[in-house]
Design a protein around this ligand. Structure first.
Ligand code: GLY
Length: 383
């Protein structure tokens, strides 16, 4: 489907990608030596002090460090990246599977980038089994009345689904590819249809959370979630929508998902045009204070690269050029490439209200690395 973005680049963009990839490789080699099989989340004063393997082993971002290690292993062939990634998979993450209570819809983020990556790259059979095990958990969260995958486990949230889930359902498409059992992909498709109908608005902006009556499937409300207020536009939610619906199209060939990804992408690009490529946390937040979230920019850029590979040739330049504009903005205005300090992307914010703002958060680095490696044709496809 489509042409690899690495074959679409101008010489200048290819040069930029090579220089940026070299900076990232130096940075992640140093972080691998300092962090090893601990699990980083937010860097403080240039150091990942907290080990999420100890403080919150089931936290949804705990697959991104193994994901960085697997991308680096694939791009460089250096086996020293594999050892800590495998250790995290076999110790911390197996503990999360065994504990069960912390398993929610984010099993996709956690295991696609750890065990499934391991399986894809090394054919380690135990990793494949882990992936199938958590895919079964994800499929088991499907509510057949409302046709959605339940997001979180808290009592009272039985009917909640969120746009972020579009990046979890590739685990189900993988499970069908792996087993030949169509049920996984069918659950993913039904969920994507519900998200399409209830999350993506006519203007291309997205709701973060949608709540249904779990017993009848009736739509109830769409609260603010991590954005400013109900009806506003949390930028990372838009970014998950771009990448997630583009992936749903890649896996199914259903043009409605491609159209949705394009619509959300056009809206996202129109908004970051106002801030030179670095997303505000919410595109409809008050004018002041200006709170940014470079994670949204990194995820969206990766999703725009995905679109550049999926659309017909006449449409590719739009998505590729926007991806380049956003990536260059992030690298120029929001990155610390010094290998002596932990954390690359600095202007990350976890939510609009009461969150950590303008700090380095691990998954911005994952999506930046994946995007830059894709520009070079050196990424492993993990979604
Ligand atoms: N998936 C949760 C977030 O983007 O913060």
């Amino acid at each position: 489907m489509g042409a690899s973005v690495s074959d679409q680049l101008t010489a200048e963009d290819a040069q930029w990608a090579a220089v940026t990839a070299a900076k990232l490789e130096a940075k992640f080699a140093a972080e691998r030596d300092r962090v090893g099989s601990r699990i980083p989340y937010i860097a403080v004063d240039g150091r990942y002090e907290e080990d999420m393997a100890v403080t919150f082993p089931g936290w949804w971002t705990n697959g991104f460090w193994p994901g960085i290690l697997w991308q680096m292993f694939h791009a460089t062939g250096d086996p020293s990246y594999m050892t800590p990634a495998r250790t995290i998979e076999e110790t911390t993450l197996d503990g999360v599977i065994a504990a069960y209570e912390k398993l929610d819809h984010d099993v996709g983020f956690l295991w696609l980038l750890s065990a499934v990556a391991d399986w894809r790259l090394t054919r380690n059979e135990a990793s494949r089994v882990r992936g199938l095990h958590v895919a079964t958990v994800l499929a088991g969260r499907f509510n057949p009345i409302g046709r959605f995958i339940r997001a979180w486990n808290e009592p009272g949230r039985e009917g909640w689904a969120i746009v972020d889930s579009m990046m979890n359902i590739p685990l189900l498409f993988w499970a069908t590819d792996e087993t030949g059992d169509p049920r996984f992909a069918e659950v993913a498709r039904l969920h994507a249809d519900t998200m399409l109908a209830n999350v993506v608005r006519a203007d291309g902006s997205c709701n973060h959370i949608v709540c249904f009556d779990p017993a009848t499937g009736e739509f109830e409300k769409a609260p603010a979630g991590q954005g400013y207020e109900a009806g506003s536009s949390w930028s990372r939610g838009q970014a998950w929508g771009i990448f997630g619906f583009a992936r749903a199209y890649r896996h199914t060939g259903d043009e409605r998902y491609l159209d949705a990804a394009k619509r959300v992408a056009h809206y996202f690009c129109s908004q970051v045009a106002l801030t030179g490529g670095i997303a505000l946390v919410d595109f409809r937040q008050p004018a002041e204070p200006k709170v940014f979230d470079a994670i949204a920019s990194c995820v969206a850029a990766d999703g725009l690269i995905e679109l550049a590979e999926l659309v017909p040739e006449a449409e590719r330049a739009f998505y590729r050029q926007w991806a380049m504009l956003i990536l260059r903005a992030v690298a120029d205005r929001a990155c610390d490439f010094d290998p002596a300090r932990d954390g690359v992307v600095q202007l990350c914010s976890d939510k609009y209200h009461d969150g950590r703002i303008h700090v380095p958060i691990i998954y911005a680095d994952y999506f930046l690395l994946e995007a830059v490696l894709r520009l070079q044709g050196r990424a492993v496809d993990l979604w």
